[in-house]
Structure formats: structure tokens, C-alpha cells
Design a protein around this ligand. Structure first.
Ligand SMILES: [Zn+2]
Length: 199
């Protein structure tokens, strides 16, 4: 054990779009004792006999540092270095549980996905839908526009977010507002990813 320089294979299957991505599950790392500070090694993914990707990592007390190469189709390979920070929550029976903090939205999550240039949470990559169905950015931004219109506002995303309609519960309003904001952010993220804009 220790994993220094040794190839560690992470399993993945093709249940849904999220599963078919390069993912890092913090529970898997914990189970295999890879979360200890000072550990370094390689994680790789494969389908059948074919290796589909690999990264190098080092563990620190408060983060996991990732190093890998990434290439957008038709472009040169880029060296990427990314740090994914940890968060802790207390366990009922003492001790604490470690989580990843999504580098983009800072949500506490167990799994990060290398669906594009960076490893982010599934919400940021919107992996619940297959990206083949439709350009996710279009769908996300259409969703955000629809919520704005349903709330009686203009569908322009540059306008201020519509006020709460009189008849609506605050709870419903905030939920819709959260959904719209989330869809909008995720949509822009896809666009940024597509055109190589850094965030
Ligand atoms: Zn996220």
C-alpha cells in the first residue's frame, strides 16, 4: 500500500453519463487508504483493456493536487495542475468525514469528474444528462430563461432576476431562483470550457 508511483486502477462502468466519465471518489480513496498526507501516485481509468486516462496526484493535509495532460480536440496537449481542497464534517460516532470541495461551485461533494479540462462536481458539468443529446449550454440557458419567464420576467439573462410573483410562496421562489442561477452558471461554464476561457 502507499501507491507511490504505482498504478491504481479506478473502476468505472457505463450505467449513465456520469459513470462513464473519469471520476475520483473520495470514499474510494479513503477505503484504499490513499488520503493520508504525503501519499502520491497515479490514478488511471480503463474500459475493458483500454486505458482511457490517467493522472498523477499528491495528497496534502487540506487538498489533493492533480497533474495531468488535457487536449481539446484538434488542439495541443496542455499540462494541467489543479488543487482540490477538502472539507470535513463530524461523524455521529466521533472522528470526521472528508469531502471534496468543488473547485468551481465550492459545494461539498464525494465525487469529482474530469469531464472537461478540470475536475469538478457533477452539477457543474451537469452530468445527469448525456452530453450527446444536446449541447448542454443551450439546454441549461434555455432552462434559466424559461424560469425567468414563468416568474413573469423578461427572458433576458442580463436583466435583474424577476421579483417574486404575489401568489407564490417564498420557498418556491427561492427554489426556482436557485435552479435558474445554477442552470445559468453551469451553462456559462460549458461555454467557457468550449472556448477555453479560464475561471
Ligand atoms: Zn461544482
Amino acid at each position: 500500500m502507499g501507491g507511490s508511483g504505482s498504478g491504481r486502477r479506478m473502476r468505472w462502468d457505463t450505467k449513465d453519463a456520469a459513470e462513464s466519465q473519469h471520476r475520483i471518489d473520495i470514499r474510494w480513496l479513503k477505503k484504499n487508504n490513499y488520503l493520508r498526507p504525503g501519499i502520491s501516485g497515479t490514478l488511471s481509468w480503463s474500459r475493458g483493456d483500454e486505458q482511457t486516462g490517467w493522472i498523477r496526484y499528491t495528497m496534502e493535509h487540506d487538498r489533493m493536487n492533480l497533474r495531468y495532460r488535457y487536449r481539446r480536440s484538434g488542439e495541443e496537449w496542455q499540462d494541467i495542475e489543479q488543487s482540490v481542497y477538502f472539507d470535513h464534517t463530524p461523524c455521529n460516532y466521533g472522528g470526521s468525514r472528508k469531502w471534496f470541495l468543488c473547485p468551481h461551485c465550492h459545494k461539498r461533494i464525494a465525487v469529482i469528474y474530469g469531464a472537461g479540462k478540470y475536475f469538478l462536481c457533477r452539477h457543474c458539468y451537469d452530468l445527469t444528462y448525456s452530453s450527446q443529446q444536446e449541447n448542454p449550454a443551450d439546454r441549461l440557458i434555455r432552462k434559466a430563461r424559461k424560469i425567468r419567464k414563468d416568474l413573469g420576467g423578461d427572458d433576458s439573462l442580463t436583466d435583474a432576476f424577476p421579483e417574486k410573483p404575489k401568489h407564490m410562496h417564498w420557498k418556491t421562489y427561492w427554489r426556482l431562483r436557485d435552479e435558474a442561477t445554477h442552470a445559468e452558471n453551469a451553462g456559462w461554464l460549458w461555454i467557457a470550457e468550449k472556448f477555453g476561457i479560464h475561471f
